[in-house]
Design a protein around this ligand. Sequence first.
Ligand SMILES: [Zn+2]
Length: 475
Amino acid sequence: MNAAATSIRFFNTLTRRKETFTPIEPDKVRMYTCGPTVYDYAHIGNYRAFLFEDLLKRWLEHRGYTVTHVMNLTDVDDKTIKGSQKQQIPLEQYTARYTKAFFEDITALNIKPANHYPKATSHIPEMTSLIKTLINKGYAYKVPDNSIYYAIKKFKNYGKLSKIKPQALKTGARVKTDEYEKEEAQDFALWKAWTPEDGDVFWETELGKGRPGWHIECSAMSMKYLGETFDIHCGGVDNIFPHHENEIAQSEAASDKPFVRYWLHNEHLLVEGRKMAKKFGNFYTLRDLLKRGYDPIVIRFLLLSTHYRAQFNFTFEGLDAAGAAVERLRNFVRRLQDANGKGSGGRIAELVRGVQAGFGEAMDDDLNVSVALAALFDFVREVNALLDADVVSRKEADEVAGLMQGFDGVLGVIGEVKTEEALPKEAEALIKQREAARKAGNWARADALRLKLREMGVVVEDTPQGVRWRLEKKS
Ligand SMILES: [Zn+2]
């Protein structure tokens, strides 16, 4: 498909409105997404962001764009240093454990890998050079302890992303921690001079002995891999201030060019109706859910099925419903393999056109995935009815299967659907007994056998083609 022929619109946090997406280079998209801080196992709120970004990338690719995606790994900051000291192991060893876990998690969630995963600790020279530019241009200054700060009053557009008013800023006051509230907006640390609390974490550079602040890491690494101006930058809404506001200030002051054209931010995740927090007992890493036996693909489906700009309430009932929805899609694809009817007389072609338009228009409209999924499940229901009536021809079924494969390139939840599954011997016997009971009109016995099979993890369905069975996913 020709990317230029489509019209994708995104809600741009910078302008607070939906805009038609036009990349700098035709058919190519350069995109940066703030990656994990590898100080702990990532929680499901983190994965909501990473799954939204995966959906975004897959949709752009579906529409014909070639996407260059960079996701950084924050492996030195206040949190990683604190964590490694608590466990009394070197920073590198500490972050390596969580970096490995992160890659295992995204593989389990079927998240497409980025083109580059730059580590902050491998880009100290790029950061020091950026800070030097900022000093030379008068945007940064050194304080008596040798740390270097960004002077926000020097950058006239400070606040343009988060919409904070410059007059409210306490200019001249300084904040050294990486994270702080809007009300505390002030000069922030670009370079943190070594203090005994940093232990053995420091670099000897032209700027002195110390380490970078968190914000400069993303400015330096994004511009290195994507250029001074690129198309899309994503993150959670909590990154708007101070992280992304500071990235803009650093990058644009250094380059005198616009940094990013489209800023996309996903909303928070709630768990059982409230903010996820260890103190509320509703804090889940992906690993916590996998330990409980949940299928990562079902978690994937649940976390991406709500529009990214809507608050999402995670519940275990929602997870069960997501499991049923994924099964419905897989069963549908499985059923298509058996179709051999005389043809629907154009009805299938009409439904295919309808779902392509419905799904496509919804996704083009700022990734409105819930509307797109509604169109998809309507389509599945209608084609299932035609399969029940045994009118779908082999050719039509192949066309629908190809279409489903295309949708799954975006959703990433159906995968390879196997028809040849091994049925336990005793289940085979029970299915035969149940068939006999049905033929004899003994519905009570047939139902009892169905339940017994269900307990063995075998789901039976009666279709016009006869009895179908499938193994229930263990979850
Ligand atoms: Zn970042």
